[in-house]
Structures are given as structure tokens and as C-alpha cells.
Design a protein around this ligand. Structure first.
Ligand SMILES: Nc1ncnc2c1ncn2[C@@H]1O[C@H](COP(=O)(O)OP(=O)(O)O)[C@@H](O)[C@H]1O
Ligand SMILES: [Mg+2]
Length: 246
């Protein structure tokens, strides 16, 4: 079982859109995928037409008193399950504080044989939850809108990981890109020099991605031939190779 985390200190950069589309793409390729919505805003949960409700409550889930089976929901897509978020997910952070930094991975022990890939959609915070996620995930996939400020937050994230001796690799990828803008082009062209682990696929700014909120579905279900879906397919291909999943 591999674990990929869509993470950034910044909000509104495409974490959720990417988590949903990449998870869907992996499921299309026959992988058994669990998408865990860790953000109390529950956007992933909404996109997949699941009720924002954690059966039995977050508290029991963290304490191992309710089973994941009860909480996990299947989606309209074969091979794709969701562990939903609700406003109650706010308390995850506090609950994890008392349980050390590897509890998230331990929680997933119960389902480790049921899934080939777990995708985490994270809130834009640096917290106990994110520290748990840094010690659990195989890699942090960080969406980067090509602006100077975004590059700065990427540096901040790497410094934090270095300071805390956390070895989780950072794999940035460019999203919401607009090749007509000089700054976007410049950043895309130079990113590889500083971030050799960046993904080479670029996700364009595209209205099809915005429509996910209307269709409440991943791009592959309603805009399979759109450039944005093609880009997510290419990004998944790159990730698949990098993760070495059979
Ligand atoms: N590639 C894209 N093109 C156009 N709009 C996008 C793209 N990616 C995300 N968005 C839009 O930007 C907003 C923030 O995206 P979201 O995935 O929710 O970010 P985050 O999870 O990082 O907060 C949403 O309204 C979403 O529809
Ligand atoms: Mg989000």
C-alpha cells in the first residue's frame, strides 16, 4: 500500500481537485484506491457526492473504537472509496496531538490490505495532523501555482521538514498554469533546477476543473477528452512510475 498526500501550506492551489482526479485516474487503472478527506471543509466528500458524515464520529475512529469499514463509503466509480470529512474533522488535529506523530499510519493498518493506494486530501495547515501526515505519506505532492509567493511557501515547507528531520520527499507540480503569462512560463522553465523532484506534467488552468463542483464528479466522468483530464492522466502516469506500483 502506497500513500500520497496532496499538501500545501497554501489554500486554493488545487489540492482537492488534484486529489480527486488523481485518485479517480488510479482507480481507472485498476488500483484499489482510498481517498481520505482530511479537510473539515469536506470538498472532496462533496465532489464525490458523499454525505459529509463520519459514522460513529471522529473520536471513535482515532481511538480505534470504530472500524474503518463502517466509515468508508464507496463511490460511483469502481475501485474508488472515500473516507469522508465533516465539520467534525476539525477535532482530528487535537485528537492526534495526544497520540504521537505516527498514529495516522497506525490507524490505517486495518485497511492496508484492502487498498493499493491511499490518497490524502489535506487542509492547508501546519499542525499535528500535518506532522502525522509527514511521517505517514510516501511523498508530499505539492500543487504549485506558478507565482513567487508559492515558491516561497515551498521553501518554507522544505525548511520545516529539514528542521524537524522529516524525510518525506516533496514532489511539487505546477497547476493552474497559464502559458500566456511570462511569470508562469519563467517559473515552469526554472523549477526543475531548484526542485529536481518536481513532476514534469503541468496542469493547465481550465474551466473544466471548475465544473467539477457542478457535476460533482472527477474530470474523467464528464470531460474525459479535456486538456485538464489529459494532464491529470499524464501526471498519474508519472506518479505511477515513480511509486513503482505494479
Ligand atoms: N487547474 C485548474 N483550473 C481552473 N480552476 C482550478 C484548477 N484547479 C483548481 N481550480 C479551482 O480553484 C479553486 C481551489 O481549488 P481546490 O482544489 O479546492 O484547492 P485547495 O484544495 O488547494 O484549496 C476551486 O474553485 C477549483 O475549482
Ligand atoms: Mg482543498
Amino acid at each position: 500500500m502506497r500513500m500520497l498526500s496532496l499538501y500545501s501550506i497554501k489554500g486554493g492551489v488545487g489540492k482537492t481537485a488534484s486529489a480527486v482526479n488523481l485518485a479517480a485516474e488510479a482507480a481507472n487503472h485498476g488500483l484499489r484506491v482510498l481517498l481520505w478527506d482530511l479537510d473539515p471543509q469536506a470538498a472532496t466528500t462533496f465532489y464525490l457526492k458523499i454525505k459529509p458524515r463520519i459514522r460513529g464520529g471522529v473520536n471513535k475512529l482515532v481511538k480505534g473504537k470504530s472500524s474503518f469499514d463502517k466509515v468508508i463509503r464507496s463511490t460511483a466509480m469502481p475501485n474508488l472509496d472515500v473516507l469522508p470529512a465533516s465539520l467534525e474533522s476539525r477535532s482530528l488535529d487535537q485528537l492526534l496531538e495526544k497520540r504521537g506523530t505516527s498514529h495516522l499510519r497506525q490507524m490505517l493498518h486495518e485497511v492496508r490490505n484492502d487498498y493499493d493506494l491511499i490518497v490524502l486530501d489535506c487542509p492547508p495547515t501546519l499542525s499535528h495532523l500535518s506532522e502525522n501526515m509527514f511521517t505517514s505519506a510516501d511523498a508530499l505532492l505539492v500543487p504549485l501555482v506558478p507565482t513567487t509567493l508559492s515558491l516561497r511557501t515551498l521553501d518554507q515547507l522544505q525548511s520545516f521538514l529539514d528542521d524537524e528531520d522529516l524525510a518525506c520527499p516533496v514532489w511539487p507540480f505546477v497547476t493552474l498554469a497559464d502559458r500566456r503569462r511570462t511569470m508562469h512560463r519563467d517559473i515552469m522553465d526554472t523549477l526543475g533546477a531548484q526542485w529536481p523532484l518536481r513532476m514534469s506534467t503541468v496542469i493547465p488552468a481550465a474551466s473544466a476543473v471548475e465544473r467539477m463542483g457542478v457535476e460533482r464528479a472527477p474530470l474523467c466522468s464528464f470531460a474525459p477528452h479535456s486538456p485538464a483530464n489529459r494532464a491529470y492522466q499524464a501526471l498519474w502516469k508519472e506518479l505511477h512510475q515513480r511509486l513503482g506500483i505494479a
